[in-house]
Design a protein around this ligand. Structure first.
Ligand code: SF4
Length: 88
């Protein structure tokens, strides 16, 4: 059985949340939680610029996760598809 290879972006700030290489650059995350996301190559893809630091910021990040069009934002703290298969 083959599983998809999922790669966390090297640009992500270290911490609980990350963006993977499936990001399509739609920018929704930045419009919701702009403090935590930045982009490279003219908006080709986005990465975690900094991690949330309190409950209010965690809520914003959760909203970005829920609305991400590609399910490209992950967290090491939850049992997501990405965690289950332990891709880095
Ligand atoms: S919402 Fe998801 S797919 Fe869109 S830019 Fe952000 S991480 Fe990438």
């Amino acid at each position: 059985m083959r599983y998809p290879v999922i790669t966390k972006l090297a640009e992500n700030s270290p911490g609980k949340y990350y963006v993977i290489d499936q990001c399509n650059g739609c920018g929704i995350c930045r419009s919701i939680a702009g403090d935590f996301f930045d982009y490279v190559e003219g908006g080709k893809y986005y990465y975690i610029r900094r991690q949330p630091m309190d409950a209010r910021e965690e809520d914003l990040m959760q909203e970005a996760i829920e609305l991400c069009t590609m399910d490209a934002i992950g967290t090491d703290g939850d049992q997501t598809f990405f965690d289950i298969w332990n891709y880095s």
